[in-house]
Design a binder for this molecule. Structure first.
Ligand SMILES: [Fe+2]
Ligand SMILES: [Fe+2]
Length: 285
């Protein structure tokens, strides 16, 4: 897979943000607070360009803080593992924000970004209803579940435009259009490859790699199934934004496995437009 011509092209692109592997190592530590070694984690985070200033800056916005936050250590101690992890994931999302860096001309990246926010909101609601995974964690993962598409937007925008055009003009499914244009691979393989490049944790890689096929990897956990359903609900919302009148059919097996009712799924779908609008204009990653 590493030698696939599309991945080679992405690797050789000068546009791909450079994220050191120590970032992935620190994220792994933050995901497992029992094994959390503050000093080792801080040492790794300190080697990620601009992360220290980002964390301190975020905390300075909070004027009610009684203590001074000057160093990375102050910030991590104040925030704790859970919040530092969320901000760290938000940090990579910011680096890859479609509106900031996207270069595709035809692909509608602000609408795509709304799809990501909708997937985050839907996954949060499903996690809250089922209790199957951490709702805050899954919300942050929703923002990066389609990271492979963002990578295309940044590094190989012409290919993304071709995929988008095939979908719009020929009515092809996204995955089919991707396989045609990308010589057999899809945004999920690109996403998994970037996870390896940046050393991101396996639970993030599983979501990015299997959210379209949650049964492909037998040991993929509940979070992948939750994201699959959230992504399907959000895909319907996204298609409507793009004027696609086709109705999507949810995977009944997933709804059953997650022990959810169709009424609940409909309720999530109906709430998305309002919830996304609320967040879209206020979210400041
Ligand atoms: Fe996807
Ligand atoms: Fe998606």
């Amino acid at each position: 897979m590493q030698n696939h011509p599309v991945l080679k092209m992405i690797k050789e692109s000068e546009y791909l943000p450079k994220i050191p592997r120590v970032f992935g190592e620190a994220l792994n530590m933050l995901l497992d607070p029992c094994e959390f070694n503050m000093d080792e984690c801080i040492e790794r985070l300190s080697r990620v360009p601009k992360l220290e200033s980002t964390l301190i800056q975020i905390l300075k916005f909070n004027s009610t803080l009684s203590r001074k936050i000057i160093t990375l250590r102050d910030a991590v101690v104040y925030l704790g593992a859970k919040n530092t992890r969320m901000i760290a994931v938000a940090y990579i999302t910011k680096l890859l924000l479609p509106n900031r860096n996207g270069r595709a001309k035809i692909f509608n990246n602000s609408t795509y970004w709304k799809h990501c926010i909708a997937a985050s909101i839907a996954s949060y609601m499903i996690a809250e209803e089922t209790g199957l995974c951490d709702k805050d964690r899954i919300f942050t993962y929703g923002l990066i579940h389609d990271i492979g598409i963002t990578v295309m937007d940044i590094c190989i925008p012409d290919y993304l435009d071709k995929i988008y055009t095939l979908q719009q003009e020929k009515g092809l499914h996204q995955i089919v259009a991707e396989k045609i244009v990308l010589n057999g691979i899809t945004h999920t393989e690109i996403g998994m490859w970037i996870c390896d490049e940046w050393g991101l944790p396996d639970e993030i890689k599983d979501i990015i790699g299997y959210h379209h096929h949650p049964f492909k990897k037998s040991e993929a956990g509940d979070a992948v199934k939750v994201m699959h359903l959230a992504d399907s609900i959000s895909a319907q919302y996204y298609a409507k934004l793009l004027g696609d009148k086709k109705s999507f059919i949810y995977n009944d097996k997933i709804i059953e496995l997650l022990n959810l009712s169709k009424e609940f799924v409909e309720k999530v779908a109906e709430s998305l437009p309002g919830e996304v609008e609320k967040i879209y204009y206020t979210i400041d990653i």
